[in-house]
Design a protein around this ligand. Structure first.
Ligand SMILES: [Zn+2]
Length: 149
């Protein structure tokens, strides 16, 4: 095993991402040992994977959110979080989206800030028409030039 225990519940080598001590008192100890990440960096590495692959995982002003598509799932904010009711968002990947159900994942930690960058914005009522225009232009371009990726 590459990373040995020093004290009980603590790994010898620090977290490969943030450099902090890896404490093992989590439910996912095995993943922490295998990845050599602290619980916080492991959590954010998993969210980073989703952010890269899932259009519904979005970052607005340095805060990560998950769009919950099922309207039956009512998002309840963790304590300390507030969200505008029925917010309108714009993200280039999805376009303009009204009445979104957002789950607040959390403030992106500093060591993830250059990986998880802002890719969406909250749209105010006054700016909605601007984003509707962007939306229709984008859709028109998509029809003209189908993606060849
Ligand atoms: Zn870490």
């Amino acid at each position: 095993m590459e990373n040995n225990f020093t004290k009980v519940g603590q790994l010898e080598k620090p977290c490969v991402d943030c450099g902090k001590v890896i404490h093992l008192n989590q439910a996912n100890n095995q993943q922490l040992i295998e990845s050599n990440l602290c619980a916080r960096c492991y959590h954010w590495t998993e969210w980073f994977k989703r952010y890269k692959t899932d259009n519904n995982t979005i970052c607005i002003s340095g805060f990560l959110y998950q769009i919950i598509e099922d309207p039956m799932i009512q998002v309840t904010c963790p304590p300390g979080f507030t969200l505008a009711p029925n917010p309108v968002i714009y993200t280039p990947k999805i376009g303009l989206k009204e009445d979104v159900n957002l789950y607040p994942v959390g403030l992106v930690p500093s060591n993830f800030k250059d990986r998880i960058i802002n890719n969406a914005v909250f749209v105010s009522d006054e700016d909605k028409h601007l984003f509707q225009a962007i939306n229709s232009l984008t859709n028109e371009n998509k029809r003209r030039k189908p993606k060849t990726e």
